[in-house]
Design a protein around this ligand. Structure first.
Ligand code: CLA
Ligand code: PID
Ligand code: PID
Ligand code: PID
Ligand code: PID
Ligand code: PID
Ligand code: PID
Length: 312
């Protein structure tokens, strides 16, 4: 297709730049400017809306392309092979083309809003400037091909199951865990801190397992889960906490996407996360909330998971 051909040209123009970026640099975990959690949540909300509008099959393929690319990483900078670099660009270009232009621009504008204007120049200073310019020229040509292949109307909303066992169980889970949710400091700057003692390549392994799980999920249910998050963001209070109803809808939606993949795929995520999250991190989270509320939430979760497993 045209986007695939254009991705090869983009690769010619950008692979030198890709090799020069230190993908293992811890700086990428930091907010791209001052820390403004509510504004950042708005930017993420725009990405969620874009993800929910995207063609689920193309999202799956993009997840697969990323998984494959992680498998061909080499060298200290963590760069993938040239072929996989091109394949990721092509897959993302197709995802972009599957949503109306305005949804993409909304992400760009919201991200710009939380990005310090000095950040791009700083990023450029870490690589060969001429190679960055060459990559950007390549991107400008690529985006015209994407625009020429772009849909103009948004896809239909997802179909949300009703009256299913997971929906019923989500009500009980949400009642048991909403007090815990209210105890959590959602606006804290602790969540983007580096995991103690873990390197980027180690962390990437766990993310790879999530990508694999995401790729196996039912596309309609994943879309529904993204829509439920978007709705929940719309009802947050000043502390970032969503309404009980929207929280319940998120739990139901996530239970359903978990049930749409094999148990082992879920356990692979859990086990890989357990390898990189030191118990001190979990204990620190626990120390900031009411222990009774946390244990009620945990009990609710362990009951919920049996319902999920039964329909998995
Ligand atoms: Mg989420 C999970 C935040 C968007 C899909 N997500 C999580 C949690 C964290 C979070 C609260 C990971 C850390 C953790 O396990 O804490 N997500 C979060 C934010 C946003 C977002 C702030 C921003 C909008 N997510 C989002 C989108 C999607 C997902 C758009 C795609 C549709 N997210 C997703 C999945 C999962 C998460 C599939 C998880 O599996 C993970 C999670 O919650 O695992 C348990 C602990 C969890 C909480 C504090 C909230 C849930 C409370 C439960 C239901 C009960 C509590 C149990 C117990 C006390 C603690 C966990 C024990 C542990 C051993 C499992
Ligand atoms: C400017 C001035 C003009 C010239 C110009 C110009 C530049 C415009 C530009 C630009 C626009 C632009 C857009 C970019 C957009 C990037 C979008 C990224 C989206 C990320 C998402 C992430 C996610 C997920 C995911 C799916 C999940 C949801 C999420 C589900 C269902 C200024 C040059 C034209 C770069 C969507 C993918 C996992 C949130 O206009 O004169 O330069 O760049 O998890 O959804 O699972
Ligand atoms: C524009 C203007 C509108 C019209 C429009 C428009 C276009 C927007 C577009 C577009 C956005 C867009 C984005 C693309 C992004 C591609 C990103 C590629 C990333 C590849 C990576 C590969 C890799 C790895 C990996 C992880 C490793 C690092 C690597 C570590 C720690 C402008 C059309 C709407 C194409 C990251 C995965 C293995 C490098 O908005 O008018 O057209 O395209 O090895 O991580 O090692
Ligand atoms: C300039 C002037 C214009 C021309 C121009 C120009 C240059 C702009 C530039 C540039 C922008 C730019 C951006 C770059 C962005 C790279 C982003 C990389 C992200 C990597 C990540 C990696 C990671 C992980 C991971 C998970 C870990 C955390 C991490 C935990 C919990 C100035 C040329 C356009 C290079 C996210 C995945 C392992 C961080 O605009 O005239 O030149 O470069 O380790 O999670 O640990
Ligand atoms: C233990 C001991 C027993 C008792 C027990 C026990 C506990 C087990 C547990 C537990 C397992 C467990 C699993 C959990 C799994 C969480 C999984 C999260 C996945 C997140 C993903 C994120 C993503 C995306 C997304 C889609 C994108 C890709 C991504 C596309 C196509 C130990 C109690 C049984 C909590 C997948 C969603 C946006 C990466 O066994 O004695 O306690 O918890 O962007 O994909 O866009
Ligand atoms: C288990 C054992 C295996 C069998 C199995 C199994 C089950 C795994 C499961 C499962 C995992 C799982 C995960 C669930 C997670 C739910 C998370 C809910 C999060 C809700 C949020 C709501 C909100 C917001 C929002 C953003 C705001 C904050 C809030 C800010 C900054 C165990 C079946 C495989 C259900 C985060 C979105 C508005 C609070 O593996 O043997 O069954 O379920 O307002 O952000 O303000
Ligand atoms: C313990 C002992 C067992 C019993 C038990 C127990 C407790 C475990 C616990 C607990 C785990 C736990 C986890 C918590 C996790 C909270 C996660 C919140 C994530 C929030 C995010 C918010 C954000 C953003 C956002 C984007 C911004 C960055 C942020 C930028 C660029 C010990 C009870 C099971 C509470 C990610 C989205 C706005 C950070 O196990 O016997 O008690 O709690 O602002 O992006 O700025």
């Amino acid at each position: 297709d045209q986007i695939g051909d254009a991705a090869k040209k983009l690769g010619d123009a950008s692979y030198d730049f890709a090799k020069e970026v230190d993908w293992n640099n811890g700086v990428f975990l930091q907010a791209p400017g001052s820390f403004q959690p509510l504004k950042a949540l708005k930017a993420i909300d725009k990405m969620i809306e874009m993800g929910a509008a995207a063609d689920p099959e193309l999202l799956k393929k993009a997840a697969d392309a990323h998984h494959k690319a992680i498998g061909s990483i080499s060298g200290p900078n963590g760069v993938t092979s040239r072929a996989d670099w091109d394949a990721v660009n092509a897959a993302l270009g197709r995802v972009v083309a599957s949503v109306p232009k305005q949804k993409v621009m909304d992400v760009y504008d919201a991200v710009k809003d939380i990005t310090d204007p000095k950040v791009p120049a700083y990023m450029k200073s870490l690589v060969n400037g001429a190679d960055a310019e060459k990559a950007y020229q390549g991107f400008l040509e690529f985006k015209d091909v994407v625009a020429a292949n772009q849909v103009t109307t948004a896809s239909a909303a997802a179909t949300v199951p009703t009256g299913d066992k997971i929906g019923t169980a989500a009500k009980a889970l949400s009642d048991a865990s909403y007090p815990f949710i209210k105890d959590i400091d959602w606006l804290s700057d602790i969540y983007p801190k580096p995991l103690p003692g873990k390197t980027a390549p180690e962390t990437l392994k766990a993310i790879d397992k999530m990508i694999v799980m995401g790729s196996k999920m039912d596309g309609n249910l994943l879309k529904a889960a993204a829509e439920a998050h978007h709705k929940a963001i719309g009802s947050i209070d000043a502390t970032g906490v969503t309404s009980p109803e929207d929280y319940e809808a998120v739990n139901a939606a996530l239970g359903r996407i978990v049930a749409s993949v094999p148990k082992q795929t879920v356990m692979d995520v859990y086990n890989s996360m357990a390898k990189i999250v030191d118990p001190s991190v979990t204990n620190n989270m626990f120390s900031k909330v009411s222990p009774l509320d946390a244990s009620s939430a945990a009990k609710g979760f362990y009951t919920f998971k049996d319902v999920v497993e039964a329909v998995q």
